[in-house]
Structure formats: structure tokens, C-alpha cells
Design a protein. Structure first.
Length: 354
């Protein structure tokens, strides 16, 4: 690839030898001062059409400005309009085109690439295309990959994904015969439409199961993720997926789970109404002690309602455990119920919270 910094140093050195400023060189070249500044710092290269004029102004040659031999010869032939015959005679590769792409217009790069690929039919690889991807239009890039004779993998597409249109990337993955895993999709997920990603993840699950779903979850639509979670049996994975799920979807999942320890882990991301229903079910089924673990995540009024039920059932131990999480007004009403049943000594466990 062109050493743009070396070329920039040469331009700077030759300009100073001519005793002209960057602004003066910019005026002579018909470009902005910033353009000349970027050339000299190696941030960019002069357009190929500007090279003859630049060499003339600096009293040098294009050879002196650009030292890479094959790339230099290709540039000369492009300037002279003879690149077609040169490409065929010298067996120019995509890498050679990638070397000079920084000074070509995208349309020029694509025209030259068409000739190079035509001259190397059946020999072009996706790795070679990756070298030039940033210098061509996304639709042209899609065309090049689609025409490849060699098989490619999703891993091959990862490097190309930022340069491809999302719809085209999806088509290329579908065209692949690879039975991919969810992990294979993680690096390209940000470049895909959510609905396309959902279809691909569904296919990956069909091929290889749900492993890796938690890694790709941030890129999925909440409703789509809720559908995919139906395939998950691993409780640890459900916990990892919880922050990415809609409250209603997560609550629906939690209400079907018998493992209360798992429900407690999901509680921070759950809907309060669902937590109330689960806690009430636990109270009614005689598992009142489990409610305490859900208390920090529940609505105060809902919790007060359960505590009142416990008080009326003479379950003072549960009320005492819930007291730190109860609203003072609710706790006052509950205390009155307990006093009627047990007298003043019945509220000694909650008196400090009144």
C-alpha cells in the first residue's frame, strides 16, 4: 500500500525547496489549503488527476512523488488511459489496485477492478476483495462477492460487513451454505436489520441450538427475543437475557417457572403486577417465606396488601420480615390488626418501624 506519510514528506520538502507556502500551492493546484495540509501530513493523497500538475509545479516527476514501482506504473497507465492493456500484460492484482485506491475516484477504482477481475476469472478470493472494500461503493462490493467462485464463510463476511448494505449482507449470509452458530453472527449483528437478524438467529438455533443467544440479545428486537427465549431451557441463560427482554414478556416467562430462586434473580427486571401475582400465589400455597426475597422489588401497596393478609392469618413472623419494606401507613393498619389478635406484645417485632 502507498506510504502516504512518505509521499506527504516529499511534497512538503519539495514545496519548501520551491519557497512557496501551503496556501500558494493550494491556489496553484485549485484545491483548498486543508487539502494540501492533509497531503503533507499523510492523511490523504492527491487525486490521480492532480498528480501531473503537482509534479510540474514542484519541478519533479510522478516517479519521485510515488516510489512503489508496480503501483506507480499502474498510475501512469491510468493517467494515459492505457490501464486496460497494462492490466492484462502485467497481470495486475486486486492488491495492486488497493494500493492506488486512495488517489482514485470510486468510479475509477470500480472500472479498473472490473478489468482486473475479468483478467483473473476464477482466481479472485474474498480476502482480496476485503483489501479494496473501503474504496468502492457498497452495491459494487455486493456484486463482486456475489460473483465469486469460491465458497465463503460468515467469518469472511465479518471484515466486509461495515462496507456492505444491510440487506445485501443478509442476502450473502443466506447464500452461504454454512450451518452457522449464533456466535458466528455476533460481529456482523450491528450491521443487520433486526428482522433479518431474527431470521438468521432462528436458523442458527435450528442448526446448533441457543448457545450464545445472550451475546447477540442487545441487537435483537424485544418481541423477537421473547420468541427466541421459548427455546431456552437453561435458567442461567434466562437470567442473562432478562435485561434485554420486555417486562411483560419476562413476567410471562417467570410466572411459568416453579424455581423460586430463579424468579428472585429475574425480579429486578420484572413487572410489579406480575411480582404481586407470584408473591400472592406463594402466600396462598404456604410458601410465605419466599415473599421476603421479592419484597425489595415490589410495589409498596401490593406488599402492604400481602402483609395485611398475613396479619389476618396470624402470620406475625412474615409481617415482621416484611416490615422494613412497608409504607408506614400500611404498617400502622397492620399493627392494629395484630394488636386485636395478640395484644400489644404482638407488634414488638415491628414497633421500631412504626
Amino acid at each position: 500500500m502507498f506510504q502516504t506519510k512518505n509521499t506527504g514528506l516529499k511534497i512538503s520538502q519539495l514545496r519548501k525547496e520551491k519557497n512557496i507556502t501551503q496556501m500558494e500551492l493550494a491556489d496553484l493546484m485549485g484545491v483548498s489549503y486543508q487539502a494540501v495540509s492533509n497531503w503533507e501530513r499523510g492523511n490523504s493523497m492527491p487525486d490521480i488527476t492532480k498528480l501531473p500538475d503537482l509534479a510540474k509545479i514542484l519541478n519533479t516527476s510522478i516517479d519521485e512523488l510515488l516510489s512503489e514501482e508496480k503501483s506507480l506504473n499502474l498510475i501512469k497507465n491510468v493517467i494515459d488511459g492505457k490501464e486496460g492493456s497494462y492490466i492484462e500484460e502485467e497481470n495486475v492484482s486486486i492488491k495492486n489496485v488497493a494500493d492506488i485506491a486512495p488517489i482514485l475516484k470510486p468510479s475509477q477504482t470500480e472500472t479498473i477492478l472490473d478489468k482486473v477481475i475479468d483478467n483473473n476469472k476464477g482466481k479472485v478470493t474474498i480476502r482480496e476483495i476485503a483489501e479494496i472494500a473501503g474504496s468502492i461503493d457498497d452495491s459494487f462490493l455486493y456484486k463482486l462477492i456475489s460473483q465469486l467462485d469460491e465458497k465463503y464463510t460468515i467469518k469472511d463476511l465479518c471484515e466486509l460487513a461495515p462496507h456492505l448494505d444491510g440487506d445485501d449482507l443478509y442476502k450473502l449470509i443466506k447464500q452461504s451454505s454454512e450451518k452457522f452458530r449464533i456466535d458466528d453472527l455476533c460481529h456482523i449483528a450491528p450491521h443487520l436489520d433486526e428482522s433479518d437478524l431474527y431470521r438468521l438467529v432462528s436458523k442458527a438455533i435450528e442448526y446448533n441450538g441457543v448457545d450464545g443467544l445472550e451475546k447477540i440479545a442487545p441487537h435483537l428486537d424485544e418481541d423477537d427475543l421473547a420468541e427466541l427465549v421459548k427455546h431456552v431451557d437453561d435458567s442461567n441463560m434466562i437470567v442473562k437475557l432478562a435485561p434485554h427482554l420486555d417486562e411483560d414478556a419476562l413476567s410471562e416467562i417467570a410466572e411459568k417457572i416453579d424455581d423460586f430462586k430463579l424468579i428472585v434473580k429475574l425480579a429486578p427486571n420484572m413487572d410489579e403486577d406480575a411480582l404481586y401475582r407470584i408473591a400472592k400465589k406463594a402466600l396462598d400455597s404456604g410458601n410465605a417465606c419466599e415473599i421476603v426475597k421479592l419484597a425489595p422489588f415490589m410495589d409498596e401497596d401490593d406488599l402492604g396488601d400481602l402483609a395485611m393478609k398475613a396479619a389476618k392469618a396470624d402470620n406475625v413472623d412474615l409481617v415482621t420480615s416484611l416490615a422494613p419494606h412497608l409504607d408506614s401507613d400500611n404498617l400502622q393498619d397492620i399493627a392494629e390488626v395484630i394488636i386485636k389478635k395478640r395484644g400489644i406484645n404482638g407488634i414488638k417485632g415491628i414497633v421500631s418501624f412504626l
